[in-house]
Design a protein around this ligand. Structure first.
Ligand code: FPP
Length: 246
């Protein structure tokens, strides 16, 4: 089952909404794609820093189901960025002990990208230094609807007793099955919303919003977010556990 019980000062699972690439580019008179390219560089750095700091799970939102509505050229650039990221970084990620998993719908994603994803996942399946989960063509509502649909099908064909469906059964049907829930969700660029990201899994996450644009997000910014997290009194719906946490 996915647990929300980590009370250590370092978040075990950090999830990142990497926002502000477009504005970063615009502020420099550059094309939006340059912002995404810089965003990919920032992701490389943060994966390394997270691993360095001892974070075990990192989920990053790299393409949402809503992003299909962007201009076609931007959509294909974002696709190619994932392709290039896997092609150029997979060997390094593997040698650094990073396990890669890509969550999201495969519909609309090219065969080439799908097979790169399969390769990245199988090559790194036994790594355990950092678990990097890339949310690509991902939407939280879609994830929940797909899980509900699979459970309904099993109930209809008699392989699942509808009475047995509870929060654990549903969590095990999500794309994040087996991954702990995020302890800390960081969103850059001054927006304070989840935008359909990890809706189920974020139930008890601490939320951290910063004005820093994603391409500028640095180790110091990551450390500030972790310090904010360390200061929280996580009660999970119970009474204060301050005595235990202090
Ligand atoms: C939001 O910025 C960012 C995205 C839609 C894409 C995130 C992608 C990356 C950081 C690239 C790296 C990812 C991989 C997996 C290689 P925005 O375009 O909405 O910025 P804006 O709000 O300023 O316009």
């Amino acid at each position: 089952m996915q647990k929300d019980d980590d009370t250590s000062r370092l978040p075990n699972h950090i999830a990142l909404i990497m926002d502000g690439n477009g504005r970063w580019a615009q502020a420099r008179g550059l094309e939006r794609r340059e912002g995404h390219r810089a965003g990919a560089e920032s992701l490389r750095r943060i994966v390394e820093e997270s691993s360095d700091l001892g974070v075990h799970h990192l989920t990053v939102f790299s393409f949402s189901t809503e992003n299909w509505g962007r201009p076609r050229t931007e959509v294909s650039f974002l696709m190619s960025l994932l392709e290039r990221y896997i092609e150029s970084d997979l060997a390094d990620l593997h040698s650094e002990g990073v396990r890669v998993r890509v969550i999201g719908r495969r519909e609309g994603v090219s065969k080439k990208i799908c097979s790169l994803i399969d390769r990245a996942e199988s090559l790194t399946a036994n790594n355990n230094r950092l678990f990097l989960q890339i949310a690509f063509n991902y939407g939280g509502r879609e994830e929940l609807a797909d899980a509900a649909s699979r459970l309904a099908r099993r109930a209809t064909n008699g392989t699942l007793d509808p009475e047995s469906i509870n929060a654990d059964v549903l969590a095990a049907e999500l794309l994040t099955a087996g991954m702990p829930n995020p302890d800390l969700i960081i969103r850059t660029s001054g927006e304070s919303r989840l935008s359909n990201f990890m809706l189920w899994q974020s139930a008890y996450a601490e939320l951290y919003f910063t004005d820093v644009l994603w391409p500028d997000f640095s180790r110091a910014d990551l450390e500030a977010a972790i310090a904010f997290y360390a200061d929280r009194d996580r009660r999970f719906g119970l009474v204060s556990a301050t005595g235990e946490l202090d």
